[in-house]
Design a binder for this molecule. Structure first.
Ligand code: FES
Length: 78
């Protein structure tokens, strides 16, 4: 099954880290040849700005995603 990684691209999440997170995910997908397994999509503000930046994996919400959290998330779905 293809996993969906949804990155909130609303201005709050974007400014709080998703700009870098997005780049990190793109590189990770390329380096590991995961483009057949992971689908990367963007989302509008999810009205959860307070504890952003947010990333959703198969609909599951992750709060305050920094690079360390992101690494763990990606490793767990690889
Ligand atoms: S900008 Fe991401 S929840 Fe609002």
């Amino acid at each position: 099954m293809k996993h969906e990684i949804k990155v909130c691209m609303g201005s709050s999440c974007f400014a709080r880290g998703n700009m870098n997170n997005l780049e990190y995910i793109e590189n990770y997908i390329n380096e590991n040849n995961l483009d057949t397994e992971l689908e990367l999509v963007g989302a509008h503000c999810q009205n959860l700005c307070e504890n952003g930046p947010h990333i959703f994996v198969d609909g599951k919400n992750y709060d305050e995603v920094d690079e360390e959290k992101l690494q763990n998330i990606l490793e767990s779905i690889k």
